[in-house]
Design a protein around this ligand. Structure first.
Ligand SMILES: [Zn+2]
Length: 293
C-alpha cells in the first residue's frame, strides 16, 4: 500500500485545512501515533467544536487553550477512548463548560487481551461522555453540522463525525493514510472493522481527516485498498495454516518476516484478530493455541 507519511507539522500551531476545519498537533509522536494526535477545531465563528482533544499532557493543554484564544468551545467530540484521543477532554470541559460527546467504553474492553504485550494504546477509563453519540445523530454548531457515524472495529466504541457542509468525515483511528489501523481483540474486532470500512465506502465523503497524519483526498480509492489489504492478509493466514504454521507466533513469522521487535505484539494482535474473524466465518478452527483450516 502507498502510505502517506508526508505530514510536516509542528506541535502547538493551528493550521487551517479548509474554511471550517483547522488542526493543532499534540507533542506525542510515537510508533502508534505517527507525528502525534491531530486535534481538529471546527467552525469559523465565535464558537467552535473540538474533535479528539488529545492526551493529558500539560504543555499540550496549554497550547490548545492559547490557540483557541477568545473562541468559545461549544462541543467536545471524541472518536474513541484511547489515551492519545480523549483524556484532554476533561481539561477543555473545565475551562469551557462544553459538553462531551462520544461512546462510553464497551464492557468487553475491560477483558484482558488474549496476547502478551498489548499495544500502547490503552483506554482512558475516566472518559464518560455527557451525551452518548449514536449512529445517525446530528449535532448542530455555530455554522456547521455534524452527523455521527458509528464505526466499531479499531475499538468497540469508535465513532466518526461527518461535517455536512464540506462532505468531510473525521475518521479517528478507523481510517488513516500513514498506516493501517491496529485491531486488538477483544476490544478490537476484525469483523466489525470490515463492516465499518464498507460502511464508509458506501458514503460519498469527499475527504477524510484522520486523527493521525495527513487528510485522505480520495476516500473511495483508499477504503478499497484497505479492504483489499485485509483480504490479502486473510488469504496469507489461510496459506500459512495450510503450510503447517498453527500458532500465532508461527503465523507472525510467516506474515511479517522482517518486523522490528517493538511491533511484534501489535502484529500478533492483528493475526489473532484475523483468526477470530476467519473462525466466525467458519473458515478455521482452533484447539487452545493451535489453529487449523
Ligand atoms: Zn486508537
Amino acid at each position: 500500500m502507498n502510505f502517506d507519511r508526508s505530514l510536516n507539522a509542528s506541535p502547538g500551531v493551528e493550521v487551517r485545512l479548509s474554511p471550517l476545519v483547522s488542526r493543532v498537533l499534540a507533542p506525542n509522536p510515537g510508533p502508534f501515533t505517527f507525528k502525534g494526535t491531530g486535534v481538529y477545531i471546527l467552525g469559523a465563528g465565535a464558537s467552535v467544536a473540538v474533535i479528539d482533544p488529545g492526551p493529558n499532557l500539560p504543555n499540550h493543554i496549554e497550547s490548545l487553550k492559547r490557540v483557541l484564544g477568545p473562541r468559545r468551545v461549544s462541543h467536545i467530540l471524541v472518536t474513541h477512548t484511547h489515551r492519545d484521543h480523549s483524556p484532554a477532554a476533561a481539561a477543555v470541559k473545565t475551562w469551557s463548560g462544553a459538553k462531551t460527546y462520544g461512546l462510553p467504553l464497551a464492557s468487553r474492553s475491560a477483558a484482558p487481551a488474549p496476547l502478551e504485550g498489548a499495544v500502547d494504546e490503552a483506554h482512558d477509563h475516566d472518559f464518560v461522555p455527557d451525551i452518548a453519540a449514536s449512529d445517525g445523530m446530528l449535532i448542530d454548531g455555530d455554522g456547521f453540522s455534524l452527523e455521527c457515524v458509528a464505526t466499531p472495529g479499531h475499538t468497540a466504541n469508535h465513532i466518526c463525525y461527518a461535517l455536512v457542509q464540506e462532505h468531510a468525515l473525521f475518521s479517528g483511528d478507523h481510517v488513516m493514510g500513514w498506516s493501517t489501523s491496529v485491531i486488538a481483540p477483544p476490544d478490537g474486532n476484525m469483523g466489525d472493522y470490515f463492516a465499518s470500512l464498507e460502511k464508509l465506502k458506501a458514503r460519498g465523503d469527499r475527504i477524510l481527516y484522520p486523527t493521525h497524519g495527513s487528510p485522505i483526498a480520495d476516500p473511495q480509492e483508499w477504503l478499497g485498498q484497505l479492504i483489499l489489504h485485509r483480504h490479502m492478509r486473510e488469504d496469507q493466514i489461510l496459506a500459512g495454516l495450510a503450510r503447517g504454521a498453527h500458532s500465532v507466533p508461527e503465523l507472525v513469522e510467516k506474515l511479517y518476516p522482517v518486523l522490528e521487535a517493538a511491533l511484534r505484539p501489535a502484529a500478533a494482535q492483528q493475526v489473532m484478530a484475523h483468526l477470530e474473524h476467519l473462525q466466525a466465518g467458519g473458515k478455521v478452527g482452533r484447539e487452545g493455541g493451535r489453529w487449523r483450516i
